[in-house]
Design a protein around this ligand. Structure first.
Ligand code: GDP
Ligand code: GDP
Length: 438
């Protein structure tokens, strides 16, 4: 049950030891007696959130006067990387990229270990992001500005690191999808909850760490578990008179934050109200996957066109969620209620999907050749160098361009549309970051 190893790599004096000390605090070094572990390095236990791991400082990759990456040092670093699950490459943001950084980056790109790029000494809030941006061209993905001394920025970096560590046994076992049922009062949330849990084997499980009365229910279907978040919040108002606001929007906001997929419930008889739009805004802001559940379909008089008319009207108001599946259900009769979970499966999958840099750049090339980037009034044309997916849940794509200001909203929307068309990501929002060279 040895802990995953994270190798800390970088030139001398960039702040590796300072960073390791911050990660490990004053926890004692680990003494290994299993074979295969390189003995002359110290492994320090560290943790972030609920994950334990160990960090090993490679001691600083030293270069000769021509800033050449010496073979014997390369050998040492190879050994350290061989046993690591991930590497953190530390560079000095105040100094900017150096020739040695380039050399190490080139070598790291040839390794199979995922690398997180930590741009240290970025304690200045205004300068930090700019200093970090200079390191994009190392080709190691997103540079994370941080300060090992002050601790700023290290949280985001460690969150990114956790994505690369192998899942713990516990995580493997409970590969459940977290689902929040949200909507205005009286749209039919608790009826829907009953319909969803009624036929399934439902387990009520209070979870620790959240408010005491936030009770989740887990339902299982075809071996997939769904954790329905804060079912108490959905049901409570039935029995207890707390006033509408108490179990209202703030509670919904909290549920949205914890969810993978939001079942956004609307009442077909009311259409999309201002309150609905407020919830929609928060769902988008939090980057959650969405299934639009249009309830009370039984109460609508219909002919064969009705569903299309309704879809069109609702989507016109929810145009910013046009990537989400819209499903017309009746919690009361059970119509299509089971299909909701099919939509949840797809949305959850897409929300977690990773697309290779090669595919992203194919889409970009195609898009740009149909429709070149705009030219500003000063005659300066925008240029997109390349794009890469920098995270999932929601999928986020960074685009490296000569100057973000040269890309107007129209063009940005066009590119976003092309990604949507070519890559799908059905049910999930996509985020685009336009990054300049500086
Ligand atoms: P290592 O050789 O890579 O292990 O680097 P050290 O951890 O020994 O740090 C080298 C120098 O950089 C020391 O003088 C540190 O105080 C300084 N340093 C480390 N982290 C930071 C930081 O976040 N901000 C600033 N301004 N200096 C730092
Ligand atoms: P909540 O406040 O969102 O939890 O909504 P409820 O589940 O308490 O439902 C509010 C009202 O709408 C109740 O009177 C339900 O009987 C009714 N309702 C819920 N679902 C449906 C449905 O599918 N069709 C119809 N006709 N009424 C429904």
């Amino acid at each position: 049950m040895s802990l995953p190893i994270v190798a800390i790599i970088g030139r001398p004096n960039v702040g590796k030891s300072t960073f390791v000390n911050r990660l490990a605090g004053n926890q004692q070094a680990i003494v290994h007696d299993q074979p295969g572990i390189t003995r002359d390095r110290t492994y320090r236990p560290a943790f972030w959130r609920d994950r334990d791991f160990q960090v090993v400082d490679t001691g600083g990759l030293v270069f000769n006067d021509d800033s050449e990456f010496l073979p014997e040092i390369r050998e040492q670093a190879n050994l350290a990387l061989a046993e690591a699950k991930a590497a953190i490459f530390v560079v000095d943001g105040q100094q900017g990229p150096t020739a040695s950084d380039e050399e190490i980056a080139q070598w790291l790109r040839q390794q199979s270990v995922p690398v997180i790029l930590a741009v240290n000494k970025c304690e200045s809030p205004d300068q930090g992001a700019i200093q970090a941006a200079e390191f994009w061209h190392l080709g190691l993905g997103e540079p994370y500005p941080m300060s090992a001394i002050h601790g700023s920025g290290t949280g985001d970096l460690l969150d990114a690191l956790l994505e690369y560590l192998p899942p713990t046994q516990e995580e493997l076992e409970e590969d459940e999808i977290k689902v929040a049922i949200v909507g205005r009062p009286n749209v039919g949330k608790s009826s829907l909850l009953n319909a969803l849990t009624g036929e399934q084997r439902a387990i009520v499980s209070p979870i620790s760490g959240t408010t005491r009365d936030a009770i989740d229910m887990v339902v299982e279907r075809n071996g997939q578990k769904y954790r329905l978040i804060d079912t108490a919040g959905i049901r409570r108002k039935k029995n207890v008179d707390y006033g509408a606001e108490f179990f209202g929007i703030n509670r919904a906001f909290k549920a949205i934050r914890r969810a993978d997929v939001v079942l956004f419930v609307l009442d077909v008889l009311d259409g999309v109200t201002e309150q609905d739009l407020k919830l929609a805004g928060r769902i988008i802001e939090d980057g959650r996957a969405v299934v639009l559940v249009i309830n009370k379909w039984d109460a609508v008089e219909k002919d064969s066109y009705t569903i299309y008319e309704h879809r069109e009207q609702l989507m016109a108001r929810l145009y910013f969620m046009d990537w989400a599946e819209m499903i017309f259900v009746s919690a009361q009769t059970g119509l299509r209620v089971q299909k909701i979970l099919d939509c949840v499966d797809i949305a959850a999958q897409e929300h977690r999907r990773r697309v290779t840099t090669a595919v992203i750049n194919e889409v970009l090339e195609e898009a740009v050749s149909w429709h070149s980037p705009p030219t500003t009034r000063q005659g300066k044309q925008g240029k997109i160098y390349y794009g890469t997916q920098v995270s999932t849940q929601p999928p986020a794509i960074a685009l490296f361009v000569n100057d973000p200001n040269r890309f107007n909203d129209n063009y940005r929307r066009y590119i976003e549309k092309q990604f949507r068309k070519q890559l799908g990501f059905f049910g999930s929002p996509i985020r685009l970051f336009w990054r300049g060279k500086k």
